[in-house]
Design a protein around this ligand. Sequence first.
Ligand code: GDP
Ligand code: IMO
Ligand code: MG
Length: 420
Amino acid sequence: MIDVILGLQWGDEGKGKIVDYFARDYDVVARFQGGPNAGHTLYVGDKKVVLHQIPSGVFQKDKVNLIGNGVVLDAVTLKKECDIVAGFGVDLKKNLFIAERTHLILPTHRALDKAAELSKGNQKIGSTLKGIAPAYMDKTGRNGLRVGDLLDKNFTTSYIRLRLKHQKLLDNFSFSEDISVWEEEFFEAVDFLKQLNIVNGEYFINDKIREGKRILAEGAQGSMLDIDFGTFPFVTSSNTISAGVCSGLGVAPQLIRDVIGVTKAYCTRVGSGPFPTELENETGEELRKIGNEFGATTGRPRRCGWIDLVALQFACMINGVTKIVMTKADVLDAFKELEVCTSYKIDGKESKQIPFRLDRSKVEAVYKSFKGWNTTTSTAKSFKELPETMKNYVDFINQYLGVKICYISNGPGRDQLISI
Ligand code: GDP
Ligand code: IMO
Ligand code: MG
Protein backbone atom coordinates (compact mmCIF):
# COMPACT_ATOMS: atom_id res chain seq x y z
CA MET A 1 0.00 0.00 0.00
CA ILE A 2 1.30 3.38 -1.02
CA ASP A 3 0.11 6.86 -0.04
CA VAL A 4 1.41 9.91 -1.87
CA ILE A 5 2.13 13.44 -0.67
CA LEU A 6 2.54 15.96 -3.46
CA GLY A 7 2.22 19.67 -4.19
CA LEU A 8 -0.93 21.05 -5.80
CA GLN A 9 0.40 24.47 -6.82
CA TRP A 10 3.73 25.70 -8.24
CA GLY A 11 5.89 24.04 -5.56
CA ASP A 12 7.02 25.07 -2.06
CA GLU A 13 3.65 24.22 -0.54
CA GLY A 14 5.35 22.89 2.60
CA LYS A 15 5.69 19.26 1.48
CA GLY A 16 8.90 18.74 3.50
CA LYS A 17 7.25 19.57 6.81
CA ILE A 18 4.17 17.47 6.00
CA VAL A 19 6.17 14.42 4.84
CA ASP A 20 8.35 14.64 7.96
CA TYR A 21 5.21 14.66 10.11
CA PHE A 22 3.36 11.87 8.29
CA ALA A 23 6.48 9.69 7.98
CA ARG A 24 5.93 8.56 11.58
CA ASP A 25 3.13 6.33 10.32
CA TYR A 26 5.08 4.72 7.45
CA ASP A 27 7.99 2.33 7.06
CA VAL A 28 9.42 3.66 3.80
CA VAL A 29 9.55 7.19 2.36
CA ALA A 30 10.41 7.38 -1.34
CA ARG A 31 11.10 10.29 -3.67
CA PHE A 32 9.83 9.53 -7.19
CA GLN A 33 10.89 12.49 -9.35
CA GLY A 34 12.71 15.79 -9.50
CA GLY A 35 16.19 16.37 -8.17
CA PRO A 36 18.19 19.11 -6.48
CA ASN A 37 15.79 21.74 -7.87
CA ALA A 38 13.63 20.79 -4.85
CA GLY A 39 14.14 22.40 -1.46
CA HIS A 40 12.09 20.74 1.28
CA THR A 41 12.27 22.48 4.63
CA LEU A 42 11.68 20.80 7.94
CA TYR A 43 12.66 21.32 11.55
CA VAL A 44 14.56 18.89 13.70
CA GLY A 45 14.10 20.32 17.17
CA ASP A 46 14.71 24.00 16.57
CA LYS A 47 17.19 23.35 13.76
CA LYS A 48 16.04 24.11 10.22
CA VAL A 49 17.10 21.66 7.53
CA VAL A 50 16.54 21.95 3.78
CA LEU A 51 16.59 18.64 1.93
CA HIS A 52 17.00 18.54 -1.83
CA GLN A 53 17.18 14.88 -2.79
CA ILE A 54 17.10 12.84 0.40
CA PRO A 55 13.46 12.00 1.29
CA SER A 56 11.96 14.02 4.14
CA GLY A 57 11.40 10.91 6.27
CA VAL A 58 15.09 10.67 7.06
CA PHE A 59 14.82 12.28 10.51
CA GLN A 60 12.13 9.94 11.76
CA LYS A 61 13.61 7.02 13.62
CA ASP A 62 14.31 3.80 11.73
CA LYS A 63 12.61 4.73 8.48
CA VAL A 64 13.85 3.47 5.17
CA ASN A 65 14.32 6.28 2.64
CA LEU A 66 14.54 5.52 -1.06
CA ILE A 67 15.66 7.79 -3.89
CA GLY A 68 13.65 6.31 -6.75
CA ASN A 69 14.58 5.81 -10.39
CA GLY A 70 12.41 8.77 -11.46
CA VAL A 71 14.75 11.20 -9.71
CA VAL A 72 17.73 12.85 -11.43
CA LEU A 73 20.54 12.77 -8.91
CA ASP A 74 23.34 15.23 -8.33
CA ALA A 75 26.08 13.36 -6.47
CA VAL A 76 27.73 16.58 -5.27
CA THR A 77 24.54 17.90 -3.66
CA LEU A 78 23.82 14.45 -2.26
CA LYS A 79 27.20 14.27 -0.54
CA LYS A 80 26.61 17.66 1.11
CA GLU A 81 23.12 16.62 2.21
CA CYS A 82 24.43 13.33 3.60
CA ASP A 83 27.01 15.21 5.67
CA ILE A 84 24.29 17.44 7.16
CA VAL A 85 21.94 14.55 7.88
CA ALA A 86 24.70 12.39 9.35
CA GLY A 87 25.54 15.36 11.62
CA PHE A 88 22.20 14.70 13.34
CA GLY A 89 23.29 11.16 14.11
CA VAL A 90 21.30 9.50 11.31
CA ASP A 91 22.90 6.26 10.11
CA LEU A 92 22.63 6.55 6.32
CA LYS A 93 24.00 3.04 5.82
CA LYS A 94 20.81 1.82 7.47
CA ASN A 95 18.32 4.46 6.32
CA LEU A 96 19.15 5.58 2.79
CA PHE A 97 18.81 3.56 -0.43
CA ILE A 98 19.27 4.67 -4.02
CA ALA A 99 17.75 3.00 -7.07
CA GLU A 100 20.36 1.93 -9.61
CA ARG A 101 18.19 3.15 -12.50
CA THR A 102 18.30 6.76 -11.19
CA HIS A 103 19.86 9.07 -13.79
CA LEU A 104 22.90 11.15 -12.89
CA ILE A 105 23.24 14.90 -13.29
CA LEU A 106 26.69 15.62 -14.73
CA PRO A 107 28.65 18.89 -14.45
CA THR A 108 27.98 19.54 -18.16
CA HIS A 109 24.21 19.21 -17.53
CA ARG A 110 24.48 22.20 -15.22
CA ALA A 111 26.44 24.15 -17.83
CA LEU A 112 23.84 23.24 -20.48
CA ASP A 113 21.03 24.41 -18.21
CA LYS A 114 22.75 27.79 -17.89
CA ALA A 115 23.45 28.03 -21.62
CA ALA A 116 19.84 27.17 -22.54
CA GLU A 117 18.40 29.71 -20.11
CA LEU A 118 20.77 32.45 -21.32
CA SER A 119 19.82 31.78 -24.91
CA LYS A 120 16.12 32.27 -24.09
CA GLY A 121 16.58 35.87 -22.96
CA ASN A 122 13.36 37.28 -21.52
CA GLN A 123 11.57 34.02 -22.35
CA LYS A 124 13.70 32.15 -19.79
CA ILE A 125 11.98 29.53 -17.63
CA GLY A 126 13.60 30.74 -14.42
CA SER A 127 15.21 27.34 -13.89
CA THR A 128 17.04 26.61 -10.65
CA LEU A 129 20.04 25.90 -12.93
CA LYS A 130 20.68 22.55 -11.29
CA GLY A 131 20.87 20.71 -14.61
CA ILE A 132 17.40 19.16 -14.37
CA ALA A 133 16.14 19.63 -17.95
CA PRO A 134 19.39 18.54 -19.65
CA ALA A 135 19.57 15.43 -17.42
CA TYR A 136 15.98 14.44 -18.23
CA MET A 137 16.68 15.18 -21.91
CA ASP A 138 19.53 12.68 -21.82
CA LYS A 139 17.21 10.18 -20.13
CA THR A 140 14.47 10.42 -22.77
CA GLY A 141 17.10 10.77 -25.51
CA ARG A 142 18.61 7.48 -24.28
CA ASN A 143 22.04 8.92 -23.61
CA GLY A 144 22.06 9.39 -19.85
CA LEU A 145 24.24 7.69 -17.28
CA ARG A 146 22.67 6.02 -14.28
CA VAL A 147 23.72 5.31 -10.72
CA GLY A 148 24.15 1.63 -11.59
CA ASP A 149 26.63 2.60 -14.31
CA LEU A 150 29.00 3.92 -11.63
CA LEU A 151 29.84 0.34 -10.75
CA ASP A 152 30.91 -0.39 -14.33
CA LYS A 153 34.67 -0.26 -14.94
CA ASN A 154 34.05 1.67 -18.17
CA PHE A 155 32.15 4.47 -16.43
CA THR A 156 34.83 7.09 -17.07
CA THR A 157 34.90 6.27 -20.79
CA SER A 158 31.09 6.61 -21.01
CA TYR A 159 31.32 9.85 -19.05
CA ILE A 160 33.93 11.32 -21.40
CA ARG A 161 31.86 10.32 -24.45
CA LEU A 162 28.78 12.08 -23.11
CA ARG A 163 30.80 15.11 -22.03
CA LEU A 164 32.10 15.42 -25.58
CA LYS A 165 28.56 15.45 -26.92
CA HIS A 166 27.61 18.09 -24.36
CA GLN A 167 30.65 20.14 -25.33
CA LYS A 168 29.40 20.28 -28.92
CA LEU A 169 26.01 21.49 -27.70
CA LEU A 170 27.67 24.11 -25.51
CA ASP A 171 29.72 25.26 -28.51
CA ASN A 172 26.47 25.65 -30.45
CA PHE A 173 25.23 27.93 -27.71
CA SER A 174 28.60 29.76 -27.87
CA PHE A 175 28.74 29.13 -24.15
CA SER A 176 31.91 28.35 -22.31
CA GLU A 177 32.45 27.66 -18.66
CA ASP A 178 35.39 26.16 -16.85
CA ILE A 179 33.86 23.04 -15.33
CA SER A 180 37.14 21.57 -14.06
CA VAL A 181 36.31 22.36 -10.41
CA TRP A 182 32.79 20.91 -10.80
CA GLU A 183 34.28 17.83 -12.38
CA GLU A 184 36.74 17.32 -9.56
CA GLU A 185 33.89 17.63 -7.03
CA PHE A 186 31.77 15.30 -9.14
CA PHE A 187 34.29 12.45 -9.14
CA GLU A 188 34.89 12.86 -5.40
CA ALA A 189 31.14 12.73 -4.82
CA VAL A 190 30.77 9.73 -7.10
CA ASP A 191 33.28 7.81 -4.98
CA PHE A 192 31.19 8.70 -1.95
CA LEU A 193 27.95 7.69 -3.70
CA LYS A 194 29.37 4.28 -4.57
CA GLN A 195 29.71 3.56 -0.85
CA LEU A 196 26.00 4.13 -0.24
CA ASN A 197 23.28 1.47 -0.58
CA ILE A 198 22.64 1.14 -4.31
CA VAL A 199 19.72 -1.20 -4.91
CA ASN A 200 17.37 -2.43 -7.56
CA GLY A 201 14.64 0.04 -6.60
CA GLU A 202 11.66 -1.74 -8.15
CA TYR A 203 12.32 -5.09 -6.44
CA PHE A 204 13.32 -3.28 -3.26
CA ILE A 205 10.02 -1.42 -2.96
CA ASN A 206 7.77 -4.22 -4.21
CA ASP A 207 9.37 -6.61 -1.71
CA LYS A 208 8.58 -4.11 1.05
CA ILE A 209 4.99 -3.87 -0.14
CA ARG A 210 4.70 -7.66 -0.15
CA GLU A 211 5.99 -7.71 3.43
CA GLY A 212 3.11 -5.42 4.37
CA LYS A 213 5.25 -2.33 4.87
CA ARG A 214 3.61 1.09 4.50
CA ILE A 215 5.10 3.31 1.80
CA LEU A 216 4.88 7.09 1.56
CA ALA A 217 5.79 8.57 -1.83
CA GLU A 218 7.10 12.14 -1.65
CA GLY A 219 6.61 14.47 -4.59
CA ALA A 220 8.79 17.42 -5.48
CA GLN A 221 7.78 20.65 -7.22
CA GLY A 222 4.02 20.96 -7.75
CA SER A 223 1.26 19.85 -10.11
CA MET A 224 1.25 23.14 -12.04
CA LEU A 225 4.94 22.52 -12.82
CA ASP A 226 4.23 19.05 -14.27
CA ILE A 227 5.87 18.51 -17.67
CA ASP A 228 2.56 17.40 -19.26
CA PHE A 229 -0.13 19.24 -17.33
CA GLY A 230 1.64 22.28 -15.90
CA THR A 231 1.91 25.74 -17.44
CA PHE A 232 4.16 24.52 -20.25
CA PRO A 233 6.79 25.61 -21.18
CA PHE A 234 7.19 27.22 -17.74
CA VAL A 235 7.41 23.90 -15.95
CA THR A 236 9.98 21.44 -14.70
CA SER A 237 10.98 18.34 -16.69
CA SER A 238 9.31 15.50 -14.79
CA ASN A 239 5.83 14.20 -14.02
CA THR A 240 5.21 15.75 -10.64
CA ILE A 241 1.66 14.33 -10.45
CA SER A 242 0.52 11.06 -8.88
CA ALA A 243 0.99 9.20 -12.20
CA GLY A 244 4.72 9.83 -11.76
CA VAL A 245 4.76 7.56 -8.70
CA CYS A 246 4.31 4.42 -10.82
CA SER A 247 7.06 5.16 -13.33
CA GLY A 248 9.27 6.87 -10.76
CA LEU A 249 9.35 3.95 -8.34
CA GLY A 250 8.29 0.91 -10.37
CA VAL A 251 4.98 0.27 -8.63
CA ALA A 252 1.54 -0.62 -10.01
CA PRO A 253 -1.25 2.00 -9.96
CA GLN A 254 -3.67 -0.18 -7.98
CA LEU A 255 -1.24 -0.11 -5.05
CA ILE A 256 -1.79 3.62 -4.57
CA ARG A 257 -4.31 4.43 -1.84
CA ASP A 258 -4.42 8.04 -0.67
CA VAL A 259 -3.18 10.96 -2.73
CA ILE A 260 -2.60 13.73 -0.21
CA GLY A 261 -2.37 17.11 -1.91
CA VAL A 262 -0.61 20.00 -0.19
CA THR A 263 -1.65 23.59 -0.88
CA LYS A 264 -0.84 26.85 0.80
CA ALA A 265 -3.76 28.91 2.10
CA TYR A 266 -2.64 31.40 -0.58
CA CYS A 267 -0.37 30.84 -3.57
CA THR A 268 3.24 31.36 -4.62
CA ARG A 269 5.39 30.76 -7.65
CA VAL A 270 9.13 31.11 -8.15
CA GLY A 271 10.58 31.51 -11.63
CA SER A 272 8.81 32.72 -14.77
CA GLY A 273 5.41 31.82 -16.17
CA PRO A 274 1.74 32.66 -15.81
CA PHE A 275 0.25 33.19 -12.36
CA PRO A 276 -3.33 34.54 -12.62
CA THR A 277 -3.75 35.45 -8.94
CA GLU A 278 -0.36 37.12 -8.52
CA LEU A 279 -0.41 40.30 -6.46
CA GLU A 280 2.19 42.73 -7.70
CA ASN A 281 1.32 45.22 -4.98
CA GLU A 282 1.62 45.85 -1.24
CA THR A 283 -0.56 42.86 -0.35
CA GLY A 284 1.78 40.61 -2.33
CA GLU A 285 4.76 42.14 -0.51
CA GLU A 286 3.08 41.52 2.81
CA LEU A 287 2.43 37.87 1.99
CA ARG A 288 6.10 37.51 1.00
CA LYS A 289 7.29 39.17 4.19
CA ILE A 290 5.00 37.37 6.63
CA GLY A 291 5.26 34.03 4.82
CA ASN A 292 9.02 34.43 4.43
CA GLU A 293 8.56 33.57 0.79
CA PHE A 294 12.11 33.17 -0.46
CA GLY A 295 13.26 30.06 -2.35
CA ALA A 296 14.68 27.27 -0.18
CA THR A 297 17.03 26.25 -3.02
CA THR A 298 17.92 29.51 -4.76
CA GLY A 299 16.95 32.21 -2.22
CA ARG A 300 14.95 34.01 -4.94
CA PRO A 301 11.89 36.00 -3.76
CA ARG A 302 8.73 34.04 -4.48
CA ARG A 303 5.88 35.69 -6.35
CA CYS A 304 2.80 35.77 -4.10
CA GLY A 305 -0.95 35.90 -4.64
CA TRP A 306 -4.35 34.65 -3.51
CA ILE A 307 -5.40 31.00 -3.58
CA ASP A 308 -6.51 29.88 -7.05
CA LEU A 309 -9.35 27.34 -6.92
CA VAL A 310 -9.45 26.90 -10.71
CA ALA A 311 -5.86 25.66 -10.66
CA LEU A 312 -6.44 23.66 -7.46
CA GLN A 313 -9.49 21.89 -8.87
CA PHE A 314 -7.49 21.02 -11.99
CA ALA A 315 -4.71 19.62 -9.78
CA CYS A 316 -7.22 17.57 -7.75
CA MET A 317 -8.62 16.10 -10.97
CA ILE A 318 -5.26 15.22 -12.55
CA ASN A 319 -3.91 13.67 -9.34
CA GLY A 320 -7.02 11.98 -7.96
CA VAL A 321 -6.51 13.82 -4.68
CA THR A 322 -8.30 12.14 -1.76
CA LYS A 323 -7.20 14.47 1.06
CA ILE A 324 -5.89 18.00 1.27
CA VAL A 325 -3.43 19.56 3.68
CA MET A 326 -3.61 23.35 3.82
CA THR A 327 -0.36 24.94 4.97
CA LYS A 328 0.65 28.43 6.08
CA ALA A 329 -2.86 29.34 7.24
CA ASP A 330 -1.18 31.42 9.97
CA VAL A 331 0.35 33.68 7.31
CA LEU A 332 -3.14 35.01 6.57
CA ASP A 333 -3.64 36.01 10.25
CA ALA A 334 -2.73 39.63 9.51
CA PHE A 335 -5.21 40.21 6.70
CA LYS A 336 -8.58 41.86 7.23
CA GLU A 337 -9.95 40.65 3.93
CA LEU A 338 -9.07 37.62 1.82
CA GLU A 339 -9.76 36.84 -1.81
CA VAL A 340 -10.34 33.42 -3.34
CA CYS A 341 -10.15 32.97 -7.12
CA THR A 342 -13.24 31.06 -8.25
CA SER A 343 -12.99 31.47 -12.04
CA TYR A 344 -10.98 33.06 -14.82
CA LYS A 345 -12.15 35.61 -17.30
CA ILE A 346 -10.34 34.58 -20.47
CA ASP A 347 -10.58 37.10 -23.28
CA GLY A 348 -13.75 38.37 -21.64
CA LYS A 349 -15.39 34.94 -21.19
CA GLU A 350 -15.76 33.33 -17.76
CA SER A 351 -14.25 29.85 -17.38
CA LYS A 352 -13.41 27.37 -14.63
CA GLN A 353 -10.91 25.50 -16.76
CA ILE A 354 -7.17 25.84 -17.29
CA PRO A 355 -6.64 26.82 -20.94
CA PHE A 356 -4.10 25.19 -23.29
CA ARG A 357 -1.62 28.08 -22.99
CA LEU A 358 -2.28 30.01 -19.81
CA ASP A 359 0.66 32.25 -20.71
CA ARG A 360 -0.86 33.24 -24.05
CA SER A 361 -4.40 33.84 -22.80
CA LYS A 362 -5.49 37.15 -21.39
CA VAL A 363 -6.59 35.88 -17.99
CA GLU A 364 -8.24 37.90 -15.28
CA ALA A 365 -8.91 36.19 -11.96
CA VAL A 366 -12.49 36.48 -10.66
CA TYR A 367 -12.60 36.57 -6.85
CA LYS A 368 -14.95 35.91 -4.01
CA SER A 369 -14.11 37.98 -0.92
CA PHE A 370 -13.91 36.58 2.58
CA LYS A 371 -13.62 38.28 5.91
CA GLY A 372 -10.16 37.63 7.36
CA TRP A 373 -9.85 36.18 10.87
CA ASN A 374 -7.33 38.82 11.83
CA THR A 375 -6.22 37.02 14.95
CA THR A 376 -3.31 34.77 15.95
CA THR A 377 -3.86 31.14 14.95
CA SER A 378 -0.32 29.76 15.21
CA THR A 379 -0.83 28.76 18.84
CA ALA A 380 -4.02 26.77 18.20
CA LYS A 381 -3.76 23.04 18.85
CA SER A 382 -7.18 21.85 17.74
CA PHE A 383 -9.81 22.64 15.14
CA LYS A 384 -12.25 23.95 17.69
CA GLU A 385 -9.77 26.67 18.72
CA LEU A 386 -9.72 28.08 15.19
CA PRO A 387 -11.83 31.16 14.41
CA GLU A 388 -15.19 30.73 12.64
CA THR A 389 -13.96 32.97 9.83
CA MET A 390 -11.16 30.48 9.07
CA LYS A 391 -13.63 27.60 9.21
CA ASN A 392 -15.81 29.42 6.65
CA TYR A 393 -12.80 29.88 4.38
CA VAL A 394 -11.93 26.17 4.67
CA ASP A 395 -15.57 25.09 4.16
CA PHE A 396 -15.87 27.09 0.98
CA ILE A 397 -12.69 25.52 -0.46
CA ASN A 398 -13.92 22.02 0.51
CA GLN A 399 -17.23 22.60 -1.25
CA TYR A 400 -15.63 24.04 -4.35
CA LEU A 401 -13.06 21.27 -4.75
CA GLY A 402 -15.23 18.40 -3.58
CA VAL A 403 -12.19 17.13 -1.63
CA LYS A 404 -11.79 17.74 2.06
CA ILE A 405 -9.05 19.70 3.77
CA CYS A 406 -8.09 17.19 6.47
CA TYR A 407 -5.21 19.09 8.07
CA ILE A 408 -4.37 22.73 8.61
CA SER A 409 -0.75 23.67 9.16
CA ASN A 410 -0.45 26.79 11.33
CA GLY A 411 3.30 27.28 11.60
CA PRO A 412 6.60 25.82 10.37
CA GLY A 413 7.12 23.75 13.54
CA ARG A 414 6.91 19.97 13.47
CA ASP A 415 3.78 19.81 15.55
CA GLN A 416 1.97 22.86 14.24
CA LEU A 417 -0.54 20.74 12.40
CA ILE A 418 -4.24 20.52 13.20
CA SER A 419 -6.30 17.57 12.13
CA ILE A 420 -9.91 18.23 11.17
P1 GDP B 1 8.36 22.40 0.04
O1 GDP B 1 9.31 22.60 -1.09
O2 GDP B 1 6.97 22.12 -0.42
O3 GDP B 1 8.84 21.41 1.05
O4 GDP B 1 8.28 23.81 0.79
P2 GDP B 1 9.53 24.77 1.16
O5 GDP B 1 10.31 24.15 2.25
O6 GDP B 1 10.26 25.17 -0.07
O7 GDP B 1 8.76 26.08 1.63
C1 GDP B 1 7.83 26.05 2.67
C2 GDP B 1 8.27 27.06 3.72
O8 GDP B 1 7.19 27.34 4.59
C3 GDP B 1 9.37 26.56 4.63
O9 GDP B 1 10.16 27.64 5.01
C4 GDP B 1 8.64 25.98 5.82
O10 GDP B 1 9.41 26.00 7.01
C5 GDP B 1 7.48 26.94 5.93
N1 GDP B 1 6.22 26.37 6.44
C6 GDP B 1 5.68 25.15 6.25
N2 GDP B 1 4.46 25.06 6.79
C7 GDP B 1 4.21 26.26 7.36
C8 GDP B 1 3.10 26.81 8.06
O11 GDP B 1 2.06 26.18 8.26
N3 GDP B 1 3.20 28.11 8.49
C9 GDP B 1 4.31 28.86 8.26
N4 GDP B 1 4.34 30.11 8.71
N5 GDP B 1 5.39 28.37 7.60
C10 GDP B 1 5.33 27.10 7.15
P1 IMO C 1 10.00 22.08 -4.37
O1 IMO C 1 10.12 20.58 -4.41
C1 IMO C 1 9.25 25.75 -6.58
C2 IMO C 1 10.61 25.87 -10.74
C3 IMO C 1 11.74 26.81 -11.09
C4 IMO C 1 11.39 27.15 -12.53
C5 IMO C 1 10.85 25.82 -13.05
C6 IMO C 1 11.88 24.97 -13.76
O2 IMO C 1 10.88 22.72 -3.38
O3 IMO C 1 8.58 22.50 -4.29
P2 IMO C 1 14.00 23.54 -13.06
O4 IMO C 1 15.12 23.84 -12.12
O5 IMO C 1 13.21 22.36 -12.70
O6 IMO C 1 14.46 23.53 -14.49
O7 IMO C 1 13.02 24.83 -12.96
O8 IMO C 1 10.37 25.11 -11.91
N1 IMO C 1 10.90 24.91 -9.66
C7 IMO C 1 10.39 25.00 -8.42
N2 IMO C 1 9.62 25.95 -7.87
N3 IMO C 1 9.60 24.65 -5.87
C8 IMO C 1 10.36 23.68 -6.43
O9 IMO C 1 10.62 22.53 -5.80
C9 IMO C 1 10.84 23.85 -7.74
N4 IMO C 1 11.61 23.13 -8.58
C10 IMO C 1 11.64 23.78 -9.74
O10 IMO C 1 11.74 27.95 -10.26
O11 IMO C 1 10.35 28.07 -12.56
MG1 MG D 1 10.66 24.02 -1.81
